[in-house]
Design a protein around this ligand. Structure first.
Ligand SMILES: [Zn+2]
Length: 303
């Protein structure tokens, strides 16, 4: 009572740190909801041992897990994730962690346009994104996603939609040094992976293409007149003409077309002209906003 009174007094006369922005309210999510908030909650439940699908749809399985979690934590088991349940559900994560809770944080950071691969690996890109988010939201910029940062992420509303990016491969698939290599004949890059998931680098419209003597089974993701091209795929995860969001799985890499071994060929083209994708990919890897494709070099990235 006394403490509450002192805090109220502090707020009244402005003694509470002015650098600390007011945190948004925790959202209330329940059965029937869907989207990235639900998806993060599912990853957090999985982190805590509940074997549910992380599909972004709050169905009966998620509701049952929430009720169990609430019972086990002395909460009213109403199956809704609201202001009492969120603080007990979130998990502090930091650089070096590799977990479902990190995936939950990456999903949230991507709501704000950081374009991380949701791979559960809290590396440099996720750290940079966390620091950037904290800095722009009046939080202590320590790069650790703790209770306040979780509340700001989950309860907040991104100020600008879109602008989201993702690596075309899971972050754990390749080291940074593979994203700056030149291509062997024209502006593009070959990423040396076997048969692994490929993800949309940007949000746009996906078109399949077939070039048996070239790209093989290819996929173009078109956004604002720019083609983001994927080649040599072994399988598609999206229909021709599908709307995709950055980070969506779009294909499995492979060895189709003019290819001497499995790899992912990536090119960025505007009106048929190829631009060097290296700086674009490195920026995403580093958690920076990538340069505009039209500003990318058209020489120097091949031999
Ligand atoms: Zn190539």
């Amino acid at each position: 009572m006394l403490v509450a009174g002192l805090i109220a007094f502090g707020v009244l006369i402005g003694l509470v740190s002015p650098a600390q922005a007011a945190l948004p309210s925790w959202p209330n999510v329940k059965i029937g909801a869907n989207g990235p908030i639900v998806l993060s909650a599912q990853h957090l439940l999985r982190h805590r041992g509940y074997n549910i699908a992380a599909d972004g749809d709050f169905g009966s399985g998620t509701q049952a897990a929430v009720k169990q979690f609430q019972s086990a934590n002395g909460l009213s088991s109403d199956g809704e994730i609201g202001p009492n349940t969120w603080p007990k559900l979130v998990v502090s994560v930091q650089r070096g962690n590799n977990s479902e809770a990190v995936r939950a944080a990456q999903v949230q950071l991507n709501r704000y346009g950081y374009g991380l691969s949701v791979d559960g690996d809290f590396g440099g890109g996720t750290y940079n994104a966390a620091v950037a988010f904290q800095s722009s939201h009046g939080l202590s910029a320590d790069g650790e996603v703790g209770p306040n940062t979780w509340q700001a992420l989950v309860g907040g509303t991104p100020s600008s939609g879109g602008g989201s990016y993702s690596l075309p491969l899971a972050r754990s698939a390749l080291p940074r040094s593979e994203y700056d290599d030149p291509h062997h004949d024209y502006p593009a890059i070959d990423l040396p992976v076997s048969y692994v998931p490929a993800y949309a680098m940007v949000s746009g419209t996906a078109y399949r293409l077939s070039e048996p003597n070239g790209c093989g089974n290819g996929l173009r993701i078109v956004k604002s007149g720019v083609d983001y091209l994927y080649c040599h795929l072994s399988a598609y995860s999206v229909a021709n003409g599908a709307a995709v969001r950055a980070g969506d799985r779009v294909a499995t890499t492979g060895n189709t077309g003019n290819s001497t071994g499995p790899h992912l060929h990536i090119a960025i083209k505007i009106s048929g002209t190829s631009y060097c994708p290296q700086n674009f990919l490195l920026a995403i890897y580093d958690g920076r906003t990538p340069p505009a494709p039209s500003s990318l070099p058209r020489t120097g990235c091949f031999y």
